[in-house]
Each structure stands twice: as C-alpha cells, then as structure tokens.
Design a protein around this ligand. Structure first.
Ligand code: SAM
Length: 253
C-alpha cells in the first residue's frame, strides 16, 4: 500500500461517523480534497447534489473518475495550486481526509475560502487539529488558531484511532469542523500584513510580546498602554480581537 502522498484510506466505520457529523443534504455541493479511492466521495454523492473532488495522484483520480457516479467531478490536480474557489458555487461545503504531510498549507488555503464555502470538515492528525481549535493561553495556540478564530467557529466533533484507516497512520486523528461566520470577529483589511505581524509576535514563543515586537514597532509601549495590554504577556495569551486591535493601532501610529 503506497504511503506516499499521505494515503491512509478511511474504513467504513470512519466514513459513517464522519458523514454523520457532516450530515449532507440533497441540495448541497461539496468540494472534497484528496478523495483517494472514493471512500467518502461515493456515499457523499449519494446524499448530496454534487461532489467536486481534487486528487493529486493521477492513477487514483482516473480510477475514481471511471467508477464514480455522474454527480462526481474528479479534478486531477494539486489542492495547493488549483483555484479551489472556482470549483464550487458560493455556499458550497468542503470536506477531506487530508494528506497529513501537507495539512498546514492546506489548512491555510481552506481559510481563503472562508467567504465562499459554508463550512469545512477535515480529518487531521489530532495534534494539528487541537492546535487549530485551541484557545488563547494554551501552548498549542498559534497563528493558524488565530486565523481560524477570526473567521470561523471551530470544534473537534470526532476522534478516530489509527485503526480506522488503511494502512493505519502512526498518530491519532481528529475531525476539525470550521463553521465560517457571516462576519469576522474583527476587521482585517490587509491579511498579508496581519500574518507578517503575527509571525513577528510569535517569532520566539517564550519571549514576551514586547521583546518580539519592539524592534519592528518603536511606538509599541505607548500602544500597549493605550490598549491596556501588558507588554510582559506572551503572544500565545492574546485573543484574536486583542491581536487585531494592537496591529491596527501600530499600523495607524
Ligand atoms: N479521502 C480518502 C479516504 O478517506 O479514504 C483518501 C484520504 S488520504 C488521507 C489523502 C488523499 O489525498 C490521497 O488520496 C492522496 O493521494 C491525496 N493527496 C495528497 N496530496 C494532495 C494534494 N496536494 N492535492 C490533492 N490531493 C492530494
């Protein structure tokens, strides 16, 4: 069984559990990332209007195309490069048992669809899923947790042991559910610049906010005081709303 491309296929029980959470409806269009042999794709297609599935492995993509029902469109391509937005209409839904070796960049790409898909259900290595869903103050909290908190309500409704997959991965898995919000928790006009700021704030996790940011922002202390934020706090303790407030103040100042 090829382990390249993060190929760990879901067994029947896991498919049933995952679809129980997703609860597809007849009028919904799904974008699936990494359909593999179609374990999820085919039962999904039975319950939804249409499934568009992006698969990188040409052999698997061709085989799925030959065996899938007519309401499945298989796109042979890299989910990190395809224009995912153009593949499903607005208010579509996203699912995937993600290839774990590229889960972080894929999670970042999925976030770019926050105003296009209604929600995302993605199976991930449990450690990564927990990181995304973790609140401020925990050691797992980081840049992706903040960006997801900005646009989504996130939880982990399902955990699966290695034995739920064929072949079993070395780690446990969890389903991340991101329900995208009508409105962001805070307004970020220039996302790229905000991400650069977050990287600076988290540059050295064990250092204080002041230590990480003072070289880049000479007026930092003044704005921390104005916003009632202690400079001695670490980045991992700030909520997304606090981060956006600080960034906007620094940018304006
Ligand atoms: N959905 C199937 C299942 O649950 O049985 C397969 C899941 S498997 C964990 C991940 C799948 O993603 C594999 O079929 C793999 O070939 C595919 N894949 C890996 N990298 C990819 C990428 N960059 N873009 C699209 N698919 C990718």
């Amino acid at each position: 069984m090829p382990r390249r491309l993060g190929q760990h296929f879901l067994k029947g029980a896991g498919v049933g559990a995952l679809l129980g959470v997703v609860d597809p409806a007849r009028d919904e269009v799904f974008l699936e990332i990494g359909p593999g042999e179609g374990a999820l794709t085919k039962p999904l297609a039975e319950r939804a209007e249409r499934v568009v599935a992006v698969e990188l492995d040409g052999r698997l993509a061709r085989r799925l195309r030959a065996t899938a029902p007519a309401n499945v469109e298989v796109v042979e391509g890299d989910a990190l490069k395809e224009d995912l937005r153009s593949l499903v209409p607005p208010d579509g839904r996203l699912v995937g048992n993600l290839p774990y070796y590229v889960s972080s960049p894929l999670l970042r790409r999925i976030l770019d669809l926050h105003d296009h898909v209604r929600d995302a259900h993605v199976m991930l290595q449990e450690e990564v899923a927990r990181r995304i869903a973790s609140p401020p103050g925990s050691r797992e909290y980081g840049i992706l947790s903040i960006l997801y908190a900005l646009w989504a309500d996130v939880d982990l409704p399902l955990k699966l042991p290695p034995g739920a997959f064929r072949p079993p991965p070395r780690v446990s898995s969890a389903l991340l559910r991101a329900r995208f919000r009508e409105e962001a928790r805070a307004e970020v006009a220039d996302l790229q610049a905000f991400e650069v700021f977050l990287k600076q704030a988290f540059a050295r996790r064990r250092r204080t906010l002041e230590n990480n940011l003072q070289d880049s922002y000479p007026n930092l202390k003044e704005y921390l005081r104005l916003l009632n934020l202690e400079g001695s706090r670490r980045a991992e303790t700030l909520s997304v709303v606090e981060f956006v407030a600080l960034w906007r103040a620094l940018k304006a100042g």
